[in-house]
Design a binder for this molecule. Structure first.
Ligand SMILES: O=C(O)CCC(=O)C(=O)O
Length: 312
């Protein structure tokens, strides 16, 4: 099944620029994103998928009699962040050792070190998405990440599906070159983040590709992006989004907290087998940023009723 939203040009593949700092920077500056085939360890993705789907199965979110790894939704199941029933399972998910270790994928960090020309600071607020089919109202709306994360504008998101993710399963689309517009006004919206941007008048093109396991798209904090609707009959779209910045740039404190700040790191780490990836940022020379008043103002105005003079 396809829709017009899925009928968009593909990402440019940047594997040929790996290791070339000048070319990676040029492409990112021009398009606001980089897309790589098979960059992320397929084994780590497989282990993370196993960890998460086992959890979903034990929560009865998957169809009885199907293999957990297939992520087939139980009939009628439809859970959405941040509803309490979603958050109960999600709070277990973000304790996952494989999930959190995936954010430190050596090939991804090496690419970012090359892009930045200095060591990378990986944010530890790692995020996973469990996107049910038949729920397109809650498809992630068009937005820029900066308004949510603040800190350094030179922050980049890596969006990684946990397995093959054709566009029909609800992969990520990017508005090519849109990072050049600066921070845009937002309005309340359904879907992750709850804030959307009206992109109708923006002079850019939506692009996006079918992802295979190991593929990743990395984009700037001002690049407008959205999810495509999950049009699958039964399959849940599983993905992660992790954030990174040059170590010398300031970071907002919340980017080093667990997602949603409901758990402590001690709770997250309680059952990990290895200590290797715990608190990896604690001995780094981190600089903290204050809140950005422009981002706060735009967020506040999204929730204001429209003035009479404004067109609806
Ligand atoms: O996966 C999604 O639906 C949302 C991802 C996203 O907006 C992001 O990675 O910033």
């Amino acid at each position: 099944m396809t829709s017009l939203e899925q009928d968009i040009p593909p990402f440019i593949v940047s594997n040929s620029a790996l290791g070339d700092s000048v070319e990676l920077k040029r492409r990112m500056a021009q398009d606001g994103y980089l897309f790589f085939k098979n960059l992320i360890s397929q084994e780590s993705i497989g282990r993370t998928r196993q960890e998460i789907t086992t959890l979903l199965q034990s929560a009865d979110w998957l169809k009885p009699g199907t293999a957990a790894l297939d992520a087939v939704a139980a009939p009628g199941a439809n859970y959405v962040e941040p509803a309490p029933d979603y958050m109960q399972v999600y709070s277990e998910l973000i304790k996952g050792e494989e999930f959190n270790r995936l954010a430190l994928d050596p090939n991804l960090v090496a690419m970012l070190d090359t892009l930045f020309g200095e060591p990378t600071l990986a944010h530890s607020r790692n995020i996973a998405r469990i996107i049910f089919p038949h729920n397109t109202l809650y498809t992630t709306p068009s937005h820029q990440d900066y308004i949510h994360i603040q800190g350094a504008m030179e922050t980049y998101t890596a969006w990684i599906p946990l397995g093959d993710c054709p566009k029909e399963l609800g992969s990520l689309a990017v508005l090519q070159g849109s990072h050049k517009t600066g921070l845009l006004p937002v309005e309340s919206a359904y879907g992750a983040g709850g804030l959307g941007i009206n992109t109708e008048s923006l002079p850019y093109t939506w692009i996006g590709s079918d992802f295979e396991r190991g593929d990743v798209v990395v984009f700037h904090s001002l690049t407008v992006h959205k999810a495509l609707p999950n049009l699958a009959d039964e399959q849940i779209r599983l993905s992660v989004d992790f954030r990174y910045q040059p170590l010398s740039h300031p970071i907002d404190k919340s980017s080093l907290m667990p997602h949603h700040s409901r758990l402590t790191w001690e709770e997250i780490y309680a059952n990990w087998k290895s200590d290797e990836a715990k608190y990896y940022w604690r001995d780094l020379p981190i600089r903290y940023a204050g809140h950005d008043p422009k981002a706060l103002e735009l967020r506040a105005s999204a929730n204001q009723p429209k003035k009479e003079t404004e067109t609806p």
